[in-house]
Design a protein around this ligand. Structure first.
Ligand code: NAD
Length: 484
């Protein structure tokens, strides 16, 4: 059986206790994952501190940047291994992971190395009472040992989205990958060694949340800051843990994102974008659309076309080139998604397509498969409209006016992202600005420039990462004032 080990102080390390990693394809055990003990988390934090005070902390920015470029190259050199590990853990199509997860995993190191290399700090000259002056400049130092707590939906991509800027800014990290997706984080340890990243800079401890590695990392007094991506209720627990010692947190959390399609939209583009935003990665994208609002004159046509298109998406195995949809991450998550499928019917939805489990044939009936599903007809008060499902599903509702749709789309505790489809430039700006979210896309979805701010409003998050915004979290900005 494959063993997935912790990575502490530059070495892979076994634990006394292991837990099984099941394949989402058929629920067979594909690996034993070594669950880090409290002592091993202590060792990881101590190694991170030693590296911070030692070789990594003393390295010049130029040298650090070169080594992070080498990490990016190292991921690309071992692209097929990362791809195989990510697809084994998640069951996602290779065609998807090879275009998004793995390339972005590498890019996250290059982009943030470039940001740190090129960023300027502010400078002010101040008049002083003696008729002379003082100068002030900003100087950034690493925040310290950063705890990185990751989800399972885009494992390498979201982990490196945090580790890239953290290391570029000179911090060291202790990463706790999701218990569902431990493999790529462990593999990255080998790349770190090959790229000449000193031992202790990048550490990985496996396990769960409560009373396991997640809690051990987030409550550890040796951890100076915590960055988290995952569910809002977990983020709230982590925020409480971070309050002890007044440690900063960056929280990227849940969503219940709305797409708004006006009647003047480029219909085919809106269909293509909504299809991807609702169903890609089996709907397990934080930015994904679970609420679709379509202006009444094109409502019936839109529902019929989205149904036709998604019914043409092949549900299949990762390695099949034409697979568009894999399973969801686990049997547990399958049960959650299916419970919402049942609830939708109880709440009075019309099931336009899907609603159940596809027949995947012999050998795969125990997998975490669910049908892509579209509903119409629910009232805005329905739980299926209000709560994050995180599956391949969406509800489509008609609307008449801009004012009405803004009120509906904004009536949610989450505020992560929106996608607006219209050819009216003024309306596009108006609606994008009035949506209470961190990211508004117009005539696109998931079009990311890593230099731009990323994060959620309301219960979708606290803080912004991306480009120079990541520096706000991963560095202490000190003012140096010199009297002349
Ligand atoms: P989760 O909250 O269940 O788990 C995330 C991580 O937190 C895991 O590593 C888990 O082990 C750990 N954890 C759980 N309890 C903990 C505790 N008490 N202390 C410390 N760590 C703990 O989330 P998930 O199911 O892995 O991911 C799906 C969720 O992530 C969805 O809600 C989705 O919207 C969200 N998400 C948000 C973004 C974003 O950028 N806003 C991106 C991706 C996913």
């Amino acid at each position: 059986m494959k063993q997935v080990l912790n990575f502490i102080n530059g070495q892979h390390e076994a634990s006394d206790k292991t837990f099984p990693k099941h394949s989402p394809l058929n629920n067979t055990v594909i690996a034993d994952v070594h669950e880090a003990s409290r002592t091993q988390v202590d060792a990881a934090v101590a190694a991170a501190r030693a590296a911070l005070d030692g070789p990594w902390g003393k390295m010049s920015v130029a040298e650090r940047v070169e080594r992070l470029y080498a990490v990016a190259d190292g991921i690309n050199k071992r692209f097929d291994e990362f791809l195989a590990a990510e697809c084994a853990d998640t069951g996602k199509p290779r065609s998807l992971a090879s275009h998004i997860d793995i390339p972005r995993g590498a890019a996250n190191f290059k982009v943030f190395a470039d940001v740190v290399k090129n960023v300027a700090t502010e400078f002010f000259e101040t008049a002083t009472p003696d008729g002379k002056s003082a100068i002030n400049y900003g100087y950034r130092t690493p925040v310290g040992v950063v705890g990185v707590i990751c989800p399972w939906n885009l494992p390498l991509l979201l982990m490196t989205w945090k580790v890239g800027p953290a290391l570029a800014c000179g911090n060291t990290v202790v990463v706790k990958p999701s218990e569902e997706t431990p493999q790529t984080a462990a593999l990255l340890g080998e790349v770190m060694n090959e790229a000449g990243i000193p031992p202790g800079v990048y550490n990985v401890v496996h396990g769960f949340g409560p009373d396991s590695a997640g809690e051990f990392v987030t409550t550890h007094p040796g951890v100076d800051a915590i960055t988290f991506t995952g569910e809002t209720r977990t983020g709230e627990i982590i925020m409480k843990a971070a309050a002890k010692g007044s440690r900063p947190v960056s929280l990227e959390m849940g969503g219940k994102n709305a797409a708004i399609i006006f009647e003047d939209a480029d219909f085919d583009a809106a269909i293509e974008g909504t299809l991807r935003s609702a169903f890609v990665n089996s709907g397990q994208v934080c930015l994904g659309t679970e609420r679709v609002y379509v202006q009444r004159p094109i409502f019936d046509k839109f529902v019929a076309e989205l149904k036709k298109q998604v019914e043409g998406w092949k549900i299949g195995l990762p390695e099949e080139a034409d697979t568009k949809l894999g399973p969801v991450i686990s049997k547990e998550h399958q049960a959650k998604v299916l419970s919402y499928y049942k609830l939708a019917v109880e709440e009075g939805a019309t099931v336009v397509t899907g609603g159940g489990v596809p027949n995947m044939g012999a050998g795969f009936s125990d997998g975490a498969w669910v049908q892509p599903t579209i509903w119409t007809g629910l009232p805005e008060t329905a739980r299926v409209i209000k709560e994050e499902i995180f599956g391949p599903c969406c509800h489509i509702a008609p609307f008449d006016t801009e004012e009405e749709v803004l009120a509906k789309a904004n009536d949610n505790v989450y505020g992560l992202a929106t996608a607006i489809w219209t050819r009216d430039v003024s309306r596009a700006h108006r609606v994008a600005q009035k949506m209470k979210v961190g990211l508004s896309w117009v005539n696109s979805w998931f079009l990311r420039d890593l230099r731009t701010p990323f994060g959620g409003a309301k219960q979708s998050g606290i803080g912004r990462e991306g480009g120079v915004h990541s520096l706000e979290f991963y560095t202490e900005l000190k003012n140096v004032c010199i009297k002349l």
